[in-house]
Design a protein around this ligand. Sequence first.
Ligand code: HPA
Length: 253
Amino acid sequence: MAIGIILGSGLGEFAEKVEAEKIINYSEIDSGLRSTVEGHQGRLIYGSLENKQVAVMQGRLHYYEGYSTRQLVKPIEYMKDELGVDTLIITNASGGINESFKAGDLMLINDQITSFVPSPLIGVDLTDKTGSRFHDMTYVYDRDIMSLAHRIADDLKIDLKDGVYLQTTGPQYETPAEIRMFRTLGADAVGMSTAVEALHAHALGIRVCGISCITNMAAGINSSKLSHKEVQETADRVGENFRNLVSHIVSLL
Ligand code: HPA
């Protein structure tokens, strides 16, 4: 049994806390994999953290880098099959669509919209592994871990929001018109990762927890333009709170 953790923008430092036993480059998992985004390394660190066995993905793979969604879930399959991961904590940076949010908030993901990116399950039949080709997605995010995360956030005096995450292909940010559409569709936050990973992990029977750092308000909500610099600055600013929340969740899982 082990806990998988996918580190998003600003959380990379988290990997330094792991007492590493084994480091696996993504290219060892699949020869087509590497990670190209600035600030993201491409490796899996297996070891211990908070007295728990963990596998930390330092640097994630994105659809906009040119990988198929099928390819970018390979490390998740590896974590389950080779490292015994049965719980996965996924983190990311996102734009806030819900106008009650502000930049710097943390949002626990309670549901998701993957309809704008291809399913990683297309062309793959998991019937042998999971008993079905058609997977239920009613509870992608584990309810017990959600309650635990809220209890911990209360103890740490972190105002943890709740909401629906929508994944786009990226790499461009959205237009204000798209953000209005996404709000109508029920999204509270938008980003370029996570939902595909959560979908796949859930289909494999892994318990999933998702936490998003709202690094900026989405396009058109205020008059400013969006930039990767702002995303990184906010992620760095709240990084300590974010890391603290995740390590407490790991210790109490
Ligand atoms: N849109 C999409 N992805 C993001 C954003 C955003 O506003 N902020 C951080 N990642």
